[in-house]
Design a protein around this ligand. Structure first.
Ligand SMILES: *Cc1c(COP(=O)(O)O)cnc(C)c1O
Length: 357
């Protein structure tokens, strides 16, 4: 049994994917070929935003968002401490300061009450300028955007949705990737929508941001290709990855149904034994991970292993516990919920081809 069975997906889509890749090999436009524009259109349609702009990976997508929002030294950007490293890394990469926020125990996502507390504390301290919030759709469940959007507005902060795991999820029919001022995703192979290498995308309804992102992703290009009007980066999605993603996106809605069936089955089987993941009313998860809480994690994982069922820990270390962020001066106990999650969560196999019978 595989934790994420990418081989089963490839077997299912092999003919279509092989044909798409062969088309790219034949036309030879390996960078920014026609499949890239086709994919950007289809992504924008699926997510329900005006602009989808592909790039090299999900970390670059977040970095491009930080660049567009002009995040810089002296700025505070609020993000959950219980997340993947890249969420916080991109803030520090711009020279700004990540201000960590505790989690909501039931959903694993950023806690709106603690977010507001940390914003108020940062304002009171007066050292950093509160600039933006990065909320994460952890394990596939969109963060509590109705509440977070209110807080962003109240304190005049920009809001970025890190939908690297959330692609396919929704709130009240509004899809992940459409929340906040800018949203980002990753097409790393193990994400809900993955390619066969690295890839990412940025979503926005803001024309000005979209134009800036298109410039930043190709060396800050201006109207003339060889007149570079700002300092950017090289972060294009290659055409073969776009070709793979076009076929995977077409199949994605079916896979999403299967993931949700699998999650329902897990809930029925495991609700009495573990604390199971809770999906609020009107929310849909893309189930990037199916994550349980156990006070006896090591023993439980060993039991599953003995049965041939792989398990993983996402995440065993919070951001405030990372060596790279030790100079921020956080203490053990500063984020009680997130710390408890980091020491008790584990995830079961989940993918679009998992048996649901
Ligand atoms: C995977 C991931 C990223 C980074 O994506 P890459 O494509 O690996 O660079 C960022 N944020 C979260 C929450 C992720 O899970």
């Amino acid at each position: 049994m595989q934790f994420i069975d990418l081989a089963a997906q490839y077997q299912h889509l092999k003919q279509k994917i092989d044909k798409r890749i062969q088309t790219v090999l034949d036309h030879g436009h390996y960078i920014m070929g026609p499949e890239v524009q086709e994919l950007e259109q289809k992504l924008a349609e699926y997510v329900g935003v005006k602009h989808a702009i592909t790039c090299a990976n999900g970390t670059d997508a977040l970095t491009l968002a930080m660049m567009v929002l002009d995040v810089k030294p002296g700025d505070a950007v609020f993000c959950p401490t219980f997340t993947f490293f890249a969420t916080a890394e991109v803030i520090a990469f711009e020279g700004a300061t990540p201000v960590f926020v505790d989690s909501d125990e039931a959903t694993f996502n950023i806690c709106p009450q603690d977010l507001e507390k940390r914003i108020q504390a940062t304002i009171a301290e007066g050292k950093l300028k509160p600039k933006a919030i990065i909320a994460v759709d952890l394990f596939g469940l969109p963060a509590n955007y109705p509440e977070i959007e209110k807080i962003a507005k109240k304190y005049n902060l920009k809001l970025v949705e890190d939908a690297a795991q959330g692609f396919g999820g929704s709130i009240d029919g509004k899809r992940a990737g459409s929340f906040g001022d800018i949203a980002t995703t990753s097409f790393f192979p193990a994400k809900p929508l993955g390619c066969y290498g690295d890839g990412g995308a940025i979503f926005t309804n803001n024309d000005e941001y979209a134009e800036l992102i298109r410039s930043y992703r190709v060396h800050g290009k201006g109207k003339d290709k060889y007149d570079n009007v700002r300092i950017g980066m090289n972060s294009r999605l290659d055409t073969i990855q776009a070709a793979v993603l076009l076929e995977k996106l077409a199949e994605f809605p079916t896979e999403l149904i299967n993931r949700n069936k699998a999650a329902d089955n897990y809930e029925k089987e495991l609700a009495g034994k573990f604390k199971t993941p809770q999906v609020p009313i009107d929310f849909v998860s893309s189930w990037a991970q199916y994550t349980l809480i156990s006070n006896n994690r090591d023993a439980v994982m060993a039991e599953y292993k003995a049965k041939g069922i792989p398990t993983m820990i996402y995440y065993g270390t919070c951001m405030h516990q990372q060596t790279a962020f030790s100079k921020l001066g956080y203490q053990q106990g500063d984020f009680p919920i997130a710390e408890k999650l980091a020491s008790s969560v584990f995830s079961l196999p989940m993918h679009g081809y998992i048996s649901t019978v």
